[in-house]
Design a protein around this ligand. Sequence first.
Ligand code: NAG
Ligand code: NAG
Ligand code: NAG
Length: 349
Amino acid sequence: MDWDTRRPPGTSVASTHQGPLSPVLSMRLPCARALAIVLSLLSATLAASYRQHKEIIGEDFMEDFNVEGIPDPTHGRVTYVNKATAQRSNLTYATKTRFILRADSESVVKRGERGRQSVRVRSKDSYRRHVAVFDIRHMPEGCGTWPAVWEVGDNWPHGGEIDILEGVNNIGPNAATLHTGANCAMDANRSGQKGEQAKNNDCDVSAGRSNLGCSVRMRDARSYGTPFNKAGGGYYAVERASNHIKVWFWTRSAANVPASVKSGAKTVDPDTWGTPDAYFPGGQNCDIDKKFGPQHIIINLTFCGDWAGNANAYGAAGCPRTCIDFVDNNPQEFKNAYFDIASLRTYIP
Ligand SMILES: *[C@@H]1O[C@H](CO)[C@@H](O)[C@H](O)[C@H]1NC(C)=O
Ligand SMILES: *[C@@H]1O[C@H](CO)[C@@H](O)[C@H](O)[C@H]1NC(C)=O
Ligand SMILES: *[C@@H]1O[C@H](CO)[C@@H](O)[C@H](O)[C@H]1NC(C)=O
C-alpha cells in the first residue's frame, strides 16, 4: 500500500481542518489574522514531524512482511526459502521482543542447489514520504555474506532504491546508497553529512560502470559487521522527504541517540536528530518525488553474487579460497550470519 496516494481525497490534514476553522470567517479581522499567524507557525513547526504508522516488534514481522522465496536477481549463492520452510528450519524465529532472520548454518550446500538457504522479507506496506527507524541488535557477519536493509520501488530502477544498511564480506563501515533511473545526481562536494561520498555521485544505475549508485560511506566502524555486533548493534533511521533523503546511524551506547528514536515515540521530527551520516539533497538534480515511487522495505541476506563474490571484493577482505566454495562447504562459518531485530517503526507525514 502506498500511504501518500491511498489517503482518500478530502481527508488530507488541511481539509479535515476546514470544518472547525470556518468560524474564522465570521470573526473580526484582527482575531482571525492572529489565529492565521498562529496556525502558520504551527504548520511550519509541524512540517518535519511524522506520526507513527506501524510499530513492528517480534512476531509482528511475520504479519507485516512477506517471506519471498525467489531467485536472487544479483546472482547470489543463495536459496531463498518460503515462509513454511523458514519457520520449520528456524531461519525465521520470533518472540515478543525479537525477530531473527538467518542463513542455514548446519548443512553443506548440495550439488544442484542454488546456494545456502537464507531468507528475504518484504514489507506488505509501501511508502513514499516517510521515516523508518530500525533497532537492530545483531547483523549478519562473515566472509561471503551480503546482508541488506533497504527500500525499493516497482519497475526497478524507475521506482528507485534506497540502501540503508548494506555491505559485503564484513568490510565496514556501512555505506548508504541510492540507485535510480536517469537524471538523479548528487552534488560531488556537499556538506550536511558526516559520511564521505563516493567518487561517483550519479545515482542513475546506467551511469558509469556496474550500477554503483551514489553512495556515502559512514565513518563509524561500529555501523557494520563485527564491530556493529560487538557494540550491541544500534539504530538506523531513514527519512525520505520531497526534498531530501537522509540516513542516520547511532551505535547502541551513543550519547546522542535521539530520545524519540530510543523510546519509539509516536511522533518523530528528524530535523532535531542532528547531522545525518548520509545526506542526499533533492531539487533540480534529482526530483525525489519523481525518481522514487512507493517503496517496500526489504531485509535480506544473500551470499557471494555480483558484489560479495566479486574476486576483488572477496579476496581483498582476506577471505579464504573462493566465495562459492567457502559458502557451500562451511556451514559452521555462518553461525553469526543472522539479523536480530528489536523493532522497526515507520512514520508518515
Ligand atoms: C538482496 O540484497 C541485495 C543488496 O541490496 C540486493 O542487491 C539483492 O538484489 C537482494 N536479493 C534479493 C533476492 O532480494
Ligand atoms: C530457534 O532459534 C532460536 C533463536 O536462536 C532458539 O532460541 C530456538 O531454540 C531455536 N528453536 C529450535 C527448535 O531450534
Ligand atoms: C569542496 O568544498 C570545499 C569547501 O567549499 C573546498 O575547499 C574544496 O576544495 C572542495 N572540493 C572539491 C573536490 O570540489
